[in-house]
Design a protein around this ligand. Structure first.
Ligand code: URP
Ligand code: ZN
Ligand code: ZN
Length: 469
């Protein structure tokens, strides 16, 4: 079964050109010159899809999601089934989620349990990182085995004392292990011990509302942790990937490290580019709880959002992921009424990443190829999935999005597909729309209809990060 997508502009991380894409089974067979003899021959016997006036881009690769994870006394509200379906609606065809070893847990058992939750339920292809929440000799040894089995990245937490927190000794040991086995350390860089002191003091002063979350998770504590993680990575001779970076000062640390030649990389997320402490986290009553996530949404007056867009241009921010970690307001975020510390941390956005970053193309913050690079190509390379994912090229999986660059619409809880009772993006008017999505050659979204199936997504054994120099 072959399909020829013609009439569109094929966008890659390096440019945009009129081309025809031939899909054969699950793979891209060829990218052809429009009107060429080969293209004409390919059209014979193929299903021909007209992409006139639209962009043809690689399926999005979101390397930071949390489906159905236990957090703050509840579970994130998307299952692998609902969350990957929502991702597909938004033009994302690959996710890399996390298995979590909590304190006292065995890494292998935690991984097996997570595999069992995802297996057979995902609508799109998926992989896993491993969260090492208890660094000791056994978990370090396990890291070596996992790298050989296609789990090549490990998240550590400098935040959340008593839950997932790793101290400097543990971090250094894990980094040394990664230096030896080729794995990539992903770091949640916030000084959690200091944050907890400030949080307790604020609570005792009677400051209980959601915005307090943003005040106590100070930018200095993100940049301090980022700096410390970088220095530990220097000592441990390990590559480092800072997750969900939100503060200008943390970005500055990443830029300094990169300028010194280190293998330090960073991601940010749409919420840090589009939302602010003033307009969102500080909404009246309990409304701001929808925007409670860590690292926090930062102040617009301080200019973090502008700096992050700049970081996306300079490549000090190389990846946009979502950190999709949805919670409903009812019975979930509401756990923190009267105590901001009990609000489950996370925002659901797996469906909106491609559109929200495309707004940067619309406003001139980034170029069209950079959009593809940030949302598909670099995340695939960073996490050892390229060129199977993140590219429209012969031999790559036929994960393709046909994107209408001009359609205007408004995001709402009434039209999203995530399992949430609200949308942090409610009322945002966007230009650009995912029309058609192919996952390994199968059309899974078309004409406003979902055509995929839970379980069609396959598990991805990943290689080592392709950015290590
Ligand atoms: O608020 C967040 N980021 N929730 C998910 C857990 C994490 O730290 O990534
Ligand atoms: Zn984190
Ligand atoms: Zn996360």
């Amino acid at each position: 079964m072959t399909t020829l997508i013609k009439g569109g502009t094929v966008v890659s991380s390096t440019g945009a050109d009129r081309a025809e894409v031939l899909i054969d089974g699950e793979r891209i067979a060829a990218v052809l010159q429009p009107g060429s003899d080969i293209a004409a021959a390919a059209a014979r016997g193929a299903e021909v899809v007209d992409a006139s006036g639209r962009l043809v881009v690689p399926g999005g690769v979101d390397v930071h999601t949390h489906m159905e994870i236990p957090f703050g006394g509840t579970f994130s509200s998307d299952t692998f089934e609902t969350g990957t379906r929502a991702a597909a609606w938004g033009g994302t065809t690959t996710i890399v989620d996390f298995a979590t070893q909590y304190y006292g847990d065995n890494v292998r058992e935690a991984l097996d349990a997570r595999m069992a939750s995802a297996e057979g339920n995902c609508a799109i292809d998926w992989g896993l990182h491993m969260i090492i929440g208890d660094v000791h000799n056994d978990s370090l040894k396990e890291m070596d085995l996992l790298v050989n089995e296609g789990i090549t990245s490990f998240k550590l937490f400098m935040a959340y004392p008593g839950v997932l927190y790793a101290d400097d000794a543990q971090i250094l040991r894990a980094m040394q292990q990664a230096a030896g086995n080729g794995g990539l350390i992903m770091m949640h860089a916030e000084n959690g011990l200091a944050i907890d002191v400030l949080a307790e003091q604020a609570f005792e002063r009677g400051e209980t509302s959601p915005v307090t979350h943003g005040y106590v998770r100070r930018k200095e504590l993100e940049s301090e942790a980022t700096h410390r993680a970088i220095q530990l990575a220097r000592v441990g001779a390990a590559p480092l990937y800072i997750v969900h970076l939100s503060a200008s000062e943390a970005l500055e640390q990443v830029a300094i490290a990169r300028d010194s030649g280190m293998n330090v990389f960073a991601e940010t997320c749409p919420q840090y580019l589009h939302f602010s402490l003033e307009e969102h986290l500080d909404r009246p009553g309990f409304e701001g709880a929808a925007y409670v996530c860590s690292t926090p949404i930062r102040s617009r007056a301080e200019g973090h959002q502008d700096d992050l867009w700049k970081g996306l241009r300079t490549n000090d921010l190389a990846v946009v992921s979502t950190d999709h970690c949805p919670f409903c307001m009812k019975e979930q975020k509401e756990l923190g009424v009267g105590d901001f510390r009990a609000i489950p941390n996370g925002i659901g956005g797996v469906e909106h990443r491609m559109d929200m970053i495309y707004q940067g193309v619309v406003t001139g913050e980034i170029s069209l190829p950079r959009w593809v690079e940030l949302c598909a190509t670099t995340p695939a390379r960073m996490m050892g999935l390229y060129p199977r994912k993140g590219a429209i090229a012969p031999g790559s999986d036929a994960d393709i999005v046909i994107y209408d660059p001009d359609k205007q619409w408004t995001i709402s809880v009434d039209n999203h597909h995530m399992n949430m009772d609200h949308s942090a993006y409610e009322g945002i008017a966007v230009t650009g729309h995912v029309d058609t999505v192919y996952s390994r050659g199968s059309k899974i979204i078309d004409g406003g209809q979902y055509l995929g199936r839970a379980g069609d997504g396959v598990y991805l054994r990943r290689g080592l990060s392709q950015y290590l120099q």
